[in-house]
Design a binder for this molecule. Structure first.
Ligand code: S3P
Length: 165
C-alpha cells in the first residue's frame, strides 16, 4: 500500500465526499487541505479569497499540502488548484498514490453549484469557467490512477479507487 492516497481534480469532482468514504472503508484518516486551512485561520476559504486574495490562499495551501503529505495512512483531498504548484505536486506524489477524479464540466458545475461557496466560480460567466476547466486539465494528468466519476455516486467511486490500488 502507498503511504497516502491523494485525490486531485476540478472543483465538484467529489474529492471531499469520496475521500471521506474511502478513508472510512480503509480505516485510514481523512485530511482535506481546504478544511485544514479553514481550521488554521478560523476563516472560510471564501473569506480568505475575499479579504486577502488568491495569492495568500495559495501560500496557506502550500503549507497545508506539506503538512498533509507528511502523514501516513491518510486519504488526502486537495483543493482543485493545489496541483498548480510544482512543489505541491512533488510532495503529493512522493510515496503516495495520486488519483484524478475526472468529471465533465456540466457535472462539476451542478455539484459545486449546490453549495455556492467556490470563489473561483462565483460571478463567473460559463465561458470563463469553461476556460479555467480546460487550462486545468493538463495539471491533473500526472496522476497514477484516473477515475471517471460521471453518473456515479460517491460510494461507487470510492469502491473503484479501492479496486485500482
Ligand atoms: C480551488 C478549489 C477549491 C478551493 C479554492 C480554490 C481551485 O477546492 O481550494 O476555492 O483553485 O480550483 P475544491 O476543489 O475542493 O472545490
Amino acid at each position: 500500500m502507498p503511504d497516502n492516497i491523494v485525490l486531485i481534480g476540478f472543483m465538484g469532482s467529489g474529492k471531499t465526499t469520496v475521500g471521506k468514504i474511502l478513508a472510512a472503508n480503509l480505516g485510514w484518516s481523512f485530511l482535506d487541505t481546504d478544511a485544514m486551512i479553514e481550521e488554521d485561520t478560523g476563516l472560510s476559504i471564501k473569506a480568505i479569497f475575499a479579504h486577502y486574495g488568491e495569492q495568500y490562499f495559495r501560500e496557506l495551501e502550500q503549507a497545508a499540502v506539506a503538512r498533509a503529505a507528511a502523514s501516513r495512512r491518510a486519504v488526502i483531498a486537495t483543493g482543485g488548484g493545489a496541483v498548480l504548484s510544482g512543489d505541491n505536486v512533488r510532495r503529493l506524489r512522493e510515496g503516495n498514490k495520486v488519483v484524478w477524479l475526472q468529471v465533465r464540466l456540466e457535472t462539476a458545475l451542478q455539484r459545486a453549484g449546490v453549495k455556492g461557496d467556490r470563489p473561483l466560480l462565483q460571478g463567473r460567466r460559463r465561458e470563463e469557467v469553461a476556460g479555467l476547466f480546460k487550462r486545468r486539465e493538463p495539471y491533473y494528468a500526472f496522476a497514477d490512477i484516473y477515475i471517471d466519476t460521471d453518473g456515479k455516486d460517491a460510494a461507487a467511486v470510492a469502491g473503484e479507487i479501492k479496486e485500482a490500488l
